[in-house]
Write a protein of this length. Structure first.
Lengths: 116, 112
């Protein structure tokens, strides 16, 4: 149980285009989902927290107009990187919190984004 | 000072060794303590969690929390090459909606 999927697993796009990444909790309901960014050999950097049906809460320094997050249902959240630039190239990971259990947070396999 | 400190390593051990991974923290409000394992180019996998102080054992893994010292540990017995990964500690507090704060991870290499 407690499986989180992410799609796509990797994507290459041209500078200026937008990319959407999906995150799904497959076998549980997730009232809260998180989006992280990770650089090589670095820890996870929290970008935003989203609760189902409400606007995402972005961490300081994260551009909300560039990284659009939608949490439309208890099992799906999306991250759209708009007008992507090479500096947006990174490993993006989502995680989902099991409903009602604060400490159980499960991660997706990650999406590697390369912007050329 | 960061809220959670974790030595990035790498830590290289021979197969069969007992591995000790550690984190220190500064926020006394942390109540939940988690350990994640992350293989290269994969998402982190929750290994164990502990509430407050004490020990928890799961197979070859033992998690320890010492709240008085603000120090947590993960022990791996009979380490295997398949244990080679980055291990991240994480901790959360009720005041922060239990959003976990992560350490930067320790890279572990178990060589045959």
């Amino acid at each position: 149980g407690a499986v989180v999927s992410q799609h796509p697993s990797w994507v290459i796009c041209k500078s200026g285009t937008s990319v959407k990444i999906e995150c799904r909790s497959l076998d549980f309901q997730a009232t809260t989902m998180f989006w992280y960014r990770q650089f090589p050999k670095q820890s996870l950097m929290l970008m935003a927290t989203s609760n189902e049906g409400s606007k995402a809460t972005y961490e300081q320094g994260v551009e909300k107009d560039k990284f659009l997050i939608n949490h439309a249902s208890l099992t799906l959240s999306t991250l759209t990187v708009t007008s992507a630039h090479p500096e947006d190239s990174s490993f993006y990971i989502c995680s989902a919190r099991v409903r009602g259990i604060a400490y159980e947070q499960y991660f997706g396999p990650g999406t590697r984004l390369t912007v050329t | 000072q960061k809220e959670v400190e974790q030595d990035p390593g790498p830590l290289s051990v021979p197969e069969g060794a007992i591995v000790s991974l550690n984190c220190t923290y500064s926020n006394s409000a942390f109540q939940y303590f988690m350990w994640y394992r992350q293989y290269s180019r994969k998402g982190p996998e929750l290994l164990m969690y502990t509430y407050s102080s004490g020990n928890k054992e799961d197979g070859r893994f033992t998690a320890q929390v010492d709240k008085s010292s603000k120090y947590i540990s993960l022990f791996i017995r009979d380490s295997q090459p398949s244990d080679s990964a980055t291990y991240l500690c994480a901790m959360s507090a009720p005041g922060g909606s239990y959003i976990p704060t992560f350490g930067r991870g320790t890279s572990l290499i178990v060589h045959p």
